[in-house]
Design a protein around this ligand. Structure first.
Ligand code: UTP
Length: 471
């Protein structure tokens, strides 16, 4: 029987790694369920999982790294001491955009667990007046920038098995929010199984399904390459890729100033930071060690110990001040070089609560951490990059990540909407239009991408006293 042969094949794959419990419910599964389980099992490299589990307690020695760390070379907001002015940078970036050398990577494979939204996070209706989704906001910025610079700006959009189908259907339903079909390349990142923390055994989510989750935003590199995205970028003559995460609607997507600094500095990887407002702020810390940039996570992720995070310089400023907001520009040749190196992006260990079925088929919803997940982080490319630079942005204007469910303290739909409305009210005021306090306003990216563009398109008029969407 074909199905017996399938079982034998899977058994031979699993037994050497002590993972044959994954077939415990095989006899009770339908042919379709068996096929699905077999496909998931075949997609896993079990020797890799065993090696990662064996090394689970080898924590990176953050103290060692941080003891030698200095502040990164940075292009600060107060541009007085920067080697290039914002105007020079904007001009250089605009030239590259007009020459069609810039593409965008948008990563949207995460599971949005904290937000508690039942769809891909990119579908969340975040805009303060129009209710546009995160996807629509990001894509309209790309479409508007393409018009402004008279060039095509292709989008490489990363999904995961958890978000792929719904994302593709959503974008199709909305005609890709105006982006040409040939300028959208959707690619799906790989998944990694969660293992039981005590035994290293892969957990079953259901009798016919492994407990899989996306392999971290660092999965972008391998998936971009294996999906043909890197080749596509090369074929189109793209030299740089602007990277952002789906959860921050304030990103100046493909913004010429950031792209310009990256090009003027001949950097292989540039990253935006904010000056941390609180030493323990939950952002990755960008540090420089032996002439290379690194991101050290916050303490919950085996990251920067509190006492080091709190250190101050003699003038009272934070010694480790630069918080990553996960907006980068990558040199395409650098990505190609890194995609050839298996060791470029290590897996990190995250201890989590993972629901699963036990050996008797009982569904377990753990109250305590029970499992280990393995994830790669895209910022681990930083130390590999030549002439990497850090560019400071104003958090009020550039960083409003949607992470948490309504009603929580920070990074909620309410706080993100308020920040968007405040930013757009500022643009209107600069254009000579008064906006009453606490009135939500929103400007469509298709009308203006920044305050200067808005000022050219709108004439000063009567004050805004009720929620208004400018489009
Ligand atoms: P987060 O780590 O904040 O995850 O991802 P999340 O999915 O938004 O939310 P939680 O942690 O489940 O609550 C930051 C960004 O990286 C992307 C996410 O889609 C988000 O844009 N990401 C994360 C991926 O694309 N793939 C991953 O495997 C992880």
């Amino acid at each position: 029987m074909i199905e017996d042969r399938m079982r034998d094949e899977l058994q031979a794959l699993l037994a050497p790694h002590g993972q044959d419990h994954l077939l415990a419910f095989w006899e009770g599964l339908s042919p379709a369920q068996r096929e699905a389980l077999a496909a998931e099992i075949r997609s896993i490299d079990f020797s890799q999982i065993a090696a990662l589990y064996d090394k689970r307690d080898v924590v990176e020695n953050v103290r060692d790294l941080v003891a030698r760390a200095g502040s990164p070379r940075a292009f600060r907001l107060d541009a007085a001491r920067n080697p290039f002015s914002p105007d020079e940078a904007r001009q250089r970036g605009a030239d590259a955009l007009a020459a069609g050398q810039i593409g965008v990577i948008l990563v949207a494979g995460g599971q949005a667990t904290r937000l508690g939204f039942d769809h891909p996070k990119g579908m969340f209706p975040i805009a303060p007046v129009s209710g546009k989704s995160l996807f629509q906001i990001h894509i309209e910025k790309i479409v508007a920038a393409g018009k402004r610079y008279g060039a095509r700006i292709p989008l490489y959009l990363m999904t995961s098995p958890a978000t792929h189908e719904e994302t593709v259907a959503f974008l199709e339903r909305h005609d890709r929010f105006g982006l040409a079909e040939e300028d959208l390349h959707v690619f799906c990142q790989a998944a990694m199984p969660a293992v039981d923390a005590a035994s290293g055994k892969v957990l079953l989510h259901a009798p016919d399904r492994l407990a899989l989750s996306p392999d971290g935003h660092g999965g972008t590199l391998a998936a971009l390459r294996s999906s043909g995205g890197l080749e596509d970028a090369r074929r189109r003559g793209l030299a740089q890729l602007f990277y952002l995460q789906v959860d921050n609607p304030l990103v100046d997507v493909a913004g010429p100033e950031f792209v310009g600094y990256h090009l003027l500095a001949e950097s292989e990887l540039s990253t935006q930071v904010i000056a941390k407002r609180d030493p323990l702020e939950r952002v990755g810390n960008v540090v420089e060690v032996d002439g290379r940039l690194h991101v050290v996570e916050y303490v919950e992720y085996n990251g920067l110990p509190d006492e080091i995070a709190r250190r101050r310089n003699s003038d009272g400023s934070l010694a480790i001040w630069a918080g990553s907001i996960a907006v980068h520009v990558f040199d395409v040749a650098f990505l190609e070089r890194m995609a050839d190196r298996a060791d470029a992006l290590p897996f990190h260990v995250a201890r989590k609560k993972v629901a699963h079925v036990d050996s008797r088929g009982t569904h377990i919803q753990p109250a305590e951490t029970n499992a280990i997940k393995f994830e790669r982080f895209i910022f681990d490319l930083l130390p590999w990059a030549a002439r990497a630079i850090v560019v400071e942005v104003d958090p009020a204007r550039a960083f409003a990540p949607l992470k948490n469910a309504p009603g929580k303290k920070t990074d909620t739909p309410e706080t993100v909407r308020a920040q968007m409305a405040a930013e757009h009210a500022g643009w209107l005021r600069r254009a000579g239009i008064e906006v009453a306090d606490d009135v939500a306003v929103e400007i469509s990216p298709l009308l203006a991408l920044d305050a200067d563009e808005l000022a050219k398109k709108i004439t000063p008029g009567s004050p805004v006293t009720k929620p208004t969407y400018f489009c």
